[in-house]
Design a protein around this ligand. Sequence first.
Ligand code: BTN
Length: 253
Amino acid sequence: MTIGTIIRKFESLPSTNDTARELIRAGAAHGTVIVADEQTRGRGTKGRSWHSPPGRGLYASFILRWDDPEEFEAPFSLLPLAAGLAAFEAVRGSTGVEARLKWPNDLVRDRKKLGGILTEAVFRAGGPGWAVVGIGINVNQEEEDFPGELKTSATSIRLVTGRPADSEALLVSLCRTLDCWYNSLIQGGRERIIRSYEERMPFLPGTRVRVATAGGEKAGVFRGLTPEGRLRFEAAGGPGSVSLEEILGLDWE
Ligand code: BTN
């Protein structure tokens, strides 16, 4: 089933990702989308929260399921990158805003956060599997809608264009682009995902970056992404790479 064939809309939910998980347990089909006008406990990556005021952002979770384990041969770590590409294209296609993809989960514009992706998955070894891709996009926030430090670190489509944007059109576009990139992922398009993602990043190979992990911070030169979607860099101590589970912070010159 194409992503977006079934869209379930809610006025308010704690988190669309949590509802997606419940619906998976209840047998929801591949491609089902859960959207809420507001989230009261919206979640970000690394246990952070995702500010989700009513009527301002797009808060959507996409249920992906596969019956045959061989259907999903690509490394699971490429799924957030495929979702990022989908978000990039949907934003550009439906609003004209050209964002950038800050590896591994962020959509940014002028270094400010425009959107984020929270991918959660459980596999049943040797059997069917599922994943939830949660996408949050700041659509119609004005500066005063962002609390605290988000006032300076976040932006919205409306703040970029100076006019209100249509969340509904963005969602329709997102269903289409995610369907394309998901199919590309499961049909062996790994190389295309990596190359396309690199092209959409806010900095080029050769740029100086600072990479923070639980093990500390390292400065180095960005060298591109590995086939598994790890960030490669060259530091004083030699070449290194970091996975999307390990990364805690990424900055560039
Ligand atoms: C991040 O950048 O930290 C990821 C943010 C993901 C937010 C979306 S909004 C829809 C879905 N439901 C959630 O609780 N989180 C994701």
